[in-house]
Design a protein around this ligand. Structure first.
Ligand code: KG4
Ligand code: ZN
Length: 331
């Protein structure tokens, strides 16, 4: 029996999960809500909070799984991309713990782990499949050829999809993280009330900064005529803005799936928690006769189960890391 401990600390969530033979036993997250009052993640604060949480969180994960440290087969940890100080907390802890237990350490790429979250539940995709990764820092179209072979065929040239949601929420006076807030207001609004531009970029590239700027001007002009402009139109603004982002994402992933001739298409990353994206993605795949894969909510946003799962696959393939493992912030 293989027990894998997964640790995630790349951004503002400290997370620990335990998997037995690829099945999730425990998946814990300690969200650092302190950041919300600053309107974004403060890297130094994130690192300190990870430090406060990590030992207790891992102990709780072991307790809930009903095992002890010595039962673990390996410790998998997010190596990057992410915030340097935040990653270091998870990595330093994992190195010490793996060394003390005399089990392998396994460095995991956070973006690859988001994609592999699609394997945590049934049905699981088969290779090759196309994945649209949409998170706070990345927007990527990825051709997934195996657990370890992933080709990025296109990505954003400026803001990530999650960033576009977060920045818009900030302009609308909504708290961080903005994606779930926009999602909630959009449900009550008219998506065709306002129109937002579509960037003229490469076929499989994305650009969201123009949409954000367009919202900025729309609000500026609206507020000139009426100081309550945002309050009165919040739902329609959110719905129209979200609709533009979702339609661009769907259009690109559909085009890429046709180009690469795949019949299985998956979503990954925090923005795949978006209700409109989930339903539009499912409909688009149905219309094309493709199989759609979307992780359940707990595995869309940052979590440690996906790190443990990626670690489990690497462990089975003998792909373990040295104790000199170093974090990387980009990639
Ligand atoms: O994958 P993730 O948890 O962290 C990164 O690796 O970046 O993604 C976080 C992003 C944030 O930008 C957040 O606003 C967005 O995911 N997000 C959403 C929703 N839930 C989270 N965006 C749109 N709609 C949602 N329901
Ligand atoms: Zn993430």
């Amino acid at each position: 029996m293989a027990y894998i401990l997964g640790i995630e600390s790349s951004c503002d969530e400290t997370a620990a999960a335990i998997m037995r033979d690829g099945e999730v036993l425990v998946n814990l997250i300690s969200s650092q809500i302190d950041h919300s009052k600053y309107g974004g993640v403060i890297p130094e604060l994130a690192s300190r909070l990870h430090q406060q949480n990590i030992v207790y969180l891992v102990q709780q994960a072991l307790d809930e799984a009903g095992i002890e440290g010595k039962d673990l087969s390996a410790v998998a940890v997010t190596q990057g991309p992410g915030l340097l100080g935040a990653l270091l907390v998870g990595i330093c802890f994992s190195k010490s713990y793996a060394y003390a237990l005399d089990v392998p350490l396994i460095g995991v790429n956070h973006m690859e782990a988001h994609i592999l979250a699609n394997f945590i539940q049934d049905p699981k995709p088969t290779f090759p499949f196309l994945n649209l990764t949409v998170s706070g820092g990345h927007t990527q179209l990825v051709l997934v050829k195996s657990f370890f072979e992933m080709e990025i065929i296109g990505q954003t040239i400026d803001d990530a999809a999650g960033e576009a949601f977060d920045k818009a929420a900030k302009l609308l006076g909504l708290p961080y993280p903005g994606g779930p807030q926009i999602d909630r207001h959009a449900r009550e609004g008219d998506p065709s009330r306002y129109s937002f531009p579509k960037a003229d970029v490469g076929r499989f590239e994305f650009s969201f900064s123009g949409i954000k700027t367009s919202l900025l001007y729309l609000l500026r002009d609206g507020l000139k005529g009426d100081p309550d402009f945002i309050k009165k139109n919040l739902d329609d603004l959110a719905a129209s803005y979200q609709n533009r982002i979702v339609s661009i994402l769907i259009e690109k992933v559909e085009d890429a799936a046709k180009e690469y001739g795949v019949t299985q298409v998956a979503l990954a990353g925090g923005v795949s928690a978006n209700s409109q994206l989930r339903s539009a993605f499912t409909t688009m795949c149905e219309q094309n006769g493709w199989q759609a894969f979307i992780p359940s909510m707990a595995y869309c946003t940052d979590n440690a189960a996906m790190i443990a799962y990626a670690g489990y696959q690497k462990w089975k393939a003998g792909m373990t890391s040295e104790l000199t493992l170093a974090p990387y912030t980009r990639g």
